[in-house]
Design a binder for this molecule. Structure first.
Ligand code: ADP
Length: 643
């Protein structure tokens, strides 16, 4: 394709003129003209070539190397095919025409190429400029769009931030308002809480004080001479008062725990003593119902502990109270065992097992929730608030422990709690027993749990022992021990050991073999002792109360003779501590500070019963202080909340 086609069509003259300009630049001494295909002529030779005859001749001799003679000198012609024209050149006359032709042709060709390139270059430049212009235009368009969007955004965000600001202002003022209300509510709640705590403390005092007064008065009344009917009514009054006091105590304790006002103490205490005191109380109520009781204190349980004995007692009392309440035959066993030794101290397990009504499986899970009773008719039949177990659970958890239960309907239940205690630095006391190491001991009781109580006492001492469950079994063991020349040093036996009616074990054993060097320890529940001695008098009999206290058991082994002497002299006071018969033998000056009149009367009467006659009474705190300053007192009994 001819590169110049389109250009020629558009502007022949212009192109040819510029081409001529180029030739003149390189061949300044030459004169050129161009014969256009259209018939026209351009360039400085145009005048000379107006003579068409010459122009035709030049066209005919084009590229032939032939030189024609023009008006001003020799002329030659060369074709410019690319430009559809013929170039005519006037050559200097001094030049050889052939050389001039060859040289001119070459130069013209060179100029043609140059021209072509210049054209291309300028075209590219134009194209580039066009591109640049196009790009700039696009950038300007984009910039404009961007500016528009920016402007739009700014307007929008200004609107949004205005909106946001007002929203924040609204919310802030709402928040401030609700904060204010909350602060006021908190203040009111705190004030109400303080008032509630105060009320609780007051109520606790206000309710318990008259209740104690009522119960004390009833006790005093029972100590006076009453007709059978009056005594019966008074007993009913006493039972109802005690039941009411229990309910009140439960409710007050529960509210205290709920209010976070109940603190757990950590004081040094003797666990055995706590369990023995509990056992005494429980065994009395069980005995009244004709049921048995055993308190098994396992041998490896440490005794000297640190913790809260009052709360522990409350938990076990509740388990035992329920066990007594829901058991009609059989009995109750309280067992204390060592669960594990921990870095903290020891974890102990306290379990109370009864042979009572049991609990249906589907009712067990909710038992430790407040106000939960297995069925509503229970309240009517057995009484109770449904709070006791919930209190136990909360108290145990406050001491870092847990509670649990297993039960079978109509067979019985076991309620337990596991609690950790620290041990005291001083450790447990070691009993001093001066009995030969091979001394044999027989434990005769129909109840395996009762036998276990004593076995746990014997275990750490290391004495060999045997068990018997009735008189016949016991006698046969006594006999075979005698026959093998290892008679029992001690026979601990239940006063009501079954086997031979209206015969006790000492009598039966005396008929079986020689028992002269055996000490018999007769065990009976407090108030149930058969004071008549055995039909066959035996010099070595000691009477002990059930549940058998550890100290009494050790006392039997370490100094049996002094016990026998004391008891044969009828001095059974130490063995049968009975508060009704307690009398103070020394003189004692006492200050009684109590604002409640009824309590004053009860206390005064009880003190008088104990032979204390020198009693001063203060009815308020000031009076108590004045009396205290004025007189020397051995003892002050005072109400904790005196006006
Ligand atoms: P309550 O004052 O009613 O005895 P508790 O929380 O101590 O309250 O006991 C809740 C309920 O759990 C009792 O009402 C009874 O239904 C059941 N319960 C507790 N202990 C025993 C038990 N030893 N044998 C059978 N049921 C028991």
């Amino acid at each position: 394709m001819n590169l110049f086609d389109d250009i020629l069509q558009e502007s022949d003259d212009e192109i040819n003129a510029s081409f001529l300009g180029l030739l003149n630049q390189y061949l300044p001494t030459y004169t050129f003209g161009i014969l256009l295909n259209t018939g026209g002529v351009v360039g400085s030779l145009s005048g000379s070539l107006a003579d068409t005859g010459l122009a035709d001749q030049l066209r005919q001799t084009v590229d032939s190397g032939q030189v024609l003679t023009g008006p001003n000198g020799p002329l030659l012609s060369l074709s410019l095919q690319d430009m559809n024209s013929v170039i005519v050149c006037e050559i200097p006359q001094a030049l050889d025409p052939t050389t001039a032709f060859a040289m001119t042709r070459d130069i013209i060709n060179l100029c043609k190429n140059l021209h072509k390139k210049e054209r291309l270059l300028s075209e590219e430049k134009a194209l580039l400029a066009a591109h640049k212009e196009q790009r700039d235009r696009r950038i300007r368009v984009l910039e404009k769009k961007y500016q528009d969007i920016l402007a739009q955004n700014q307007t929008q965000s200004a609107e949004y931030s205005k909106l946001l600001k007002s929203e924040i202002q609204n919310r802030t003022s709402e928040l401030e308002q609700s904060n204010k209300e909350l602060a006021q509510a908190k203040e009111r709640a705190e004030a109400a809480n303080i008032a509630k705590d105060q009320f609780l403390a007051n109520m606790s005092h206000e309710i318990r004080t008259p209740m104690n007064g009522v119960i004390g008065m009833v006790e005093l009344l029972l100590g006076t001479s009453l007709t059978e009917e009056q005594r019966h009514f008074t007993m009913l009054m006493k039972n109802s008062s005690n039941a009411l006091l229990n309910v009140i105590n439960d409710i007050l304790d529960y509210s205290k725990i709920e209010a976070g006002k109940l603190d757990i103490e950590e004081i040094e205490f003797n666990l055995r003593q706590v369990i023995e005191e509990l056992s005494d109380i429980i065994s009395i109520s069980l005995f009244e119902k004709g049921l048995f009781f055993a308190g098994i204190f396992e041998a490896d349980v440490p005794v000297m502990l640190k913790g809260d004995p009052v709360r522990l007692r409350q938990i076990i009392m509740n388990f035992c109270g329920n066990a007594v309440k829901f058991t009609r035959q059989g009995g109750v066993v309280l067992q204390v065992g060592l669960e594990s030794k921990t870095s903290f101290g020891v974890q102990l397990k306290f379990s109370v097992t009864d042979t009572g009504i049991g609990i249906p499986t589907d009712r067990i899970s909710g038992l430790f929730q407040s106000f939960s009773q297995v069925d509503a008719s229970m309240t009517r039949q057995y009484g109770g608030t449904g709070l006791g177990l919930a209190i136990c659970k909360q108290l145990t958890e406050m001491m870092g422990g847990k509670v649990g239960v297993s039960s079978q309907e109509n067979k019985g239940s076991t309620f337990w709690c596991k609690i950790e205690f620290k041990q005291q630095d001083k450790g447990d006391p070691i009993p001093d027993v001066s009995l030969e190491q091979d001394a044999m001991i027989l434990i005769a009781d129909a109840n395996p749990a009762a036998r276990q109580v004593l076995i746990e006492y014997i275990k750490p001492l290391g004495y060999p022992f045997q068990e018997a469950c009735d008189i016949i079994d016991a006698c046969s063991k006594i006999l075979s021990a005698r026959q093998s020349d290892t008679p029992f040093s001690y026979v601990f036996f239940d006063q009501d050991l079954p086997g031979i009616p209206s015969t006790d074990l000492v009598e039966a054993a005396a008929e079986t073999c020689d028992i002269s060097d055996t000490t018999f320890v007769r065990l009976a529940f407090l108030g149930r002792q058969n004071h008549q001695q055995s039909n066959a008098p035996h010099p070595r009999i000691i009477n002990l109360n059930k549940p058998v206290k550890y100290a009494d058991f050790i006392g039997c082994l370490s100094s049996p003779d002094s016990l026998i002497n004391m008891q044969t002299q009828g001095n059974t006071q130490r063995m049968q501590a009975d508060s009704d018969t307690f009398k103070l033998t020394c003189s004692c000056r006492l200050l009684l500070a109590e604002d409640d009149e009824m309590n004053r009367i009860v206390a005064e009467n009880l003190l008088k019963k104990m032979n204390i006659a020198d009693i001063q009474i203060a009815e308020n705190g000031q009076e108590a202080l004045d009396l205290f300053k004025a007189g020397q007192f051995d003892l002050i009994l005072m109400d904790g909340q005196m006006p």
